[in-house]
Design a protein around this ligand. Structure first.
Ligand SMILES: [Fe+2]
Ligand SMILES: [Fe+2]
Length: 212
């Protein structure tokens, strides 16, 4: 029988990650509504920024903490699931960078967000239907309590660095705070890019530190 404490910690991790998936899915639906109603550029940019921030935090937590913990538990023949997920994260991050570096006035802005939604839907389905399922079968005898605590700590750090508040906050509230000033300015994006660079570097350092 699986260790109850380990199973509970893993289920809490899976619940949190699934909530993140649902939240970003909701944001993509909001973006589509804005497109369909031909909402102003600033509103679409703000929602796109919220999507990118939410995905950046989620992907970093997975890559730095959750994926390595999953690798350590999964049988060798299931590790390709983790390789696959990491490669998909790479593609997601490229699109996120293109969206963050662009503007809603760009011809391909909406298309990039749309393709990002498709990538994320595909990736999330594989995580929820395959990775989480395999982990549930492999969890016996492994303690995920420390992983859960690390993920929560890291989430708080990342959200603070990216200026995020409560992730359950309504997109509209978040969007308002992220709307660009009327005068074109690259400064907010530069600041955001700098914060992201710091996250990436610290993430790499953490990942290396975790490798044995
Ligand atoms: Fe992922
Ligand atoms: Fe995920």
């Amino acid at each position: 029988m699986a260790n109850t404490q380990s199973t509970t910690a893993l289920e809490r991790i899976i619940t949190q990650l699934t909530q993140d998936h649902d939240q970003v899915n909701q944001l993509f639906r909001e973006y589509k509504r804005l497109m369909d109603t031909e909402a102003p550029d600033a509103q679409r940019e703000a929602t796109a920024a919220h999507i990118c921030n939410a995905l950046t935090v989620h992907a970093a937590i997975e890559e730095e903490i959750f994926y390595p913990a999953a690798r350590a538990v999964l049988p060798e023949d299931k590790e390709e699931l983790m390789d696959h997920a990491e490669v998909e994260h790479g593609s997601l991050k490229q699109l996120i960078a293109a969206i963050e570096g662009g503007s809603a006035e760009d011809a391909h802005f909406d298309a990039r967000v749309h393709v990002l939604a498709e990538y994320v839907t595909h990736h999330v389905k594989e995580e929820e239907d395959e990775m989480f399922s395999e982990l549930r079968q492999a969890v016996e005898g492994h303690d995920f309590s420390a992983t859960l605590a690390q993920m929560n700590t890291r989430r708080t750090e990342l959200e603070s660095q990216l200026g995020q508040s409560d992730p359950t906050k309504k997109p509209a509230q978040k969007a308002t705070s992220m709307v660009k000033p009327a005068a074109p300015s690259k400064r907010p994006r530069v600041a955001q890019a700098t914060a992201r660079k710091q996250i990436t570097s610290s993430g790499s350092a953490k990942k290396k530190g975790q490798q044995k």
